[in-house]
Design a binder for this molecule. Structure first.
Ligand SMILES: Nc1ncnc2c1ncn2[C@@H]1O[C@H](COP(=O)(O)OP(=O)(O)OP(=O)(O)O)[C@@H](O)[C@H]1O
Length: 270
C-alpha cells in the first residue's frame, strides 16, 4: 500500500495509554473510497466504540491504526493519523514496534493451530521479549487478565482449538496482551459468540480500561452504550463512509446532534 504522510513512529516516546488523533483520514481500495475525511480524537485510556451500518468503513478505519491496511494491495491511506503524537502513516516507520504497541483482535477467534502456551509464547519470541522467566510471567498474567488462567492452567500444552469459542477469543486477547500493548483494537470481538461468552469477553475488555486505549467496532448498540466512554457514529453516502458524529457515549445516545444518529440509535435506520 501507499502512505501519503511524513513523520515517524518512535515507540520509546509513546506515553502510556496514548490518545489517537485522525485528521482527514481517507482510505481507498483501488479507485473505491471506503471512507473519507474522518477526523476523530480518541482519548487515551478510554473505551471508544465505532458504530454504524455495514460497509461504512469502521473496520477499515481500525485497520489504519496498526497499518493492517498495508496488507491490501491497492489500498491507499491519506491524511494524518497519530498514536501518542507519533505518526503511524509515515513511510519507513517500524511496523513491528507499532504492532507491539497497537494490538488488534478480529471478529472471529483465530488462535494459531498450536498449544495454548505456544499461542502466547510465539508473539513474545517474535518480538524478542524477555527471557524464559519473564515470558512465563507475562503469559500467566495475560491469561489471568482475560480470566482464563484457572480454566486452562492444567492443560497449557493442549491445542488452543480445543477451547470453546469464547475461550478462544479470550486467548486471542491474551495473545495481544502478552506484548503489553498501549492500544487495543477490537473488531466486533463478540459477534461470533453466544450471549454468555460474549458477556464474559465484554467484562474482561471493560477491565482493561485505563490500562490500554481501546477502540472497539460493534454492531451491538447496547454494548456500545454499556461499555464505551465515547462513541463515534460512521455512516455511508453514495457508497462512501464518513463520520456522522462523535462524543461522549451518554450524549450520543441521549442527545444526538444529527437526526440520522437519532434514527439509528432508535433502530429506525441502518
Ligand atoms: N480489502 C478490501 N478490498 C477492497 N474493498 C474493501 C476491502 N475491505 C473493505 N472494503 C470495502 O470498503 C468499504 C468499507 O468496508 P469496511 O469493512 O471497512 O466497513 P465496515 O463498516 O467495517 O463494515 P461491516 O460492519 O460490515 O464490517 C466497503 O465498501 C467494503 O466493501
Amino acid at each position: 500500500m501507499v502512505h501519503e504522510e511524513g513523520g515517524g513512529f518512535m515507540s520509546a516516546s509513546v506515553a502510556d495509554c496514548p490518545a489517537i488523533r485522525a485528521d482527514k483520514v481517507s482510505v481507498r481500495y483501488g479507485k473505491a473510497l471506503a471512507f473519507e475525511d474522518v477526523s476523530l480524537e480518541v482519548s487515551g485510556g478510554a473505551i471508544t466504540a465505532l458504530v454504524g451500518p455495514s460497509g461504512c468503513g469502521k473496520t477499515s478505519f481500525l485497520s489504519c491504526i496498526n497499518r493492517l491496511t498495508d496488507l491490501y494491495e491497492g489500498c491507499v491511506v491519506s491524511g494524518q493519523l497519530t498514536v501518542g503524537g507519533e505518526s503511524v502513516l509515515a513511510r519507513g516507520i517500524d511496523l513491528l514496534a507499532l504492532r507491539r504497541q497497537v494490538g488488534m483482535i478480529s471478529q472471529r477467534p483465530n488462535p494459531f493451530p498450536l498449544s495454548i502456551w505456544r499461542n502466547l509464547e510465539l508473539p513474545l519470541r517474535e518480538h524478542g521479549v524477555g527471557d524464559r522467566t519473564e515470558r512465563q510471567q507475562r503469559i500467566e498474567q495475560a491469561l489471568r487478565d482475560v480470566g482464563l488462567w484457572d480454566e486452562v492452567k492444567d492443560r497449557l500444552n493442549r491445542s488452543a482449538h480445543a477451547l470453546s469459542g469464547g475461550q478462544q477469543q479470550r486467548l486471542c486477547i491474551a495473545r495481544a496482551l502478552v506484548l503489553r500493548p498501549r492500544v487495543l483494537l477490537l473488531d466486533e470481538p463478540c459477534s461470533a459468540l453466544d450471549p454468555i461468552s460474549s458477556g464474559v469477553v465484554e467484562d474482561h475488555v471493560v477491565q482493561l480500561r485505563r490500562r490500554c486505549t481501546i477502540v472497539i467496532v460493534t454492531h451491538n448498540l447496547a454494548q456500545a452504550r454499556r461499555i464505551a466512554d465515547e462513541t463515534a457514529v460512521f455512516w455511508t453516502r453514495e457508497g462512501r463512509g464518513y463520520l456522522l458524529e462523535s462524543g461522549p457515549t451518554a450524549r450520543i445516545f441521549e442527545a444526538p446532534q444529527n437526526p440520522v444518529t437519532a434514527a439509528y440509535i432508535q433502530g429506525l435506520r441502518g
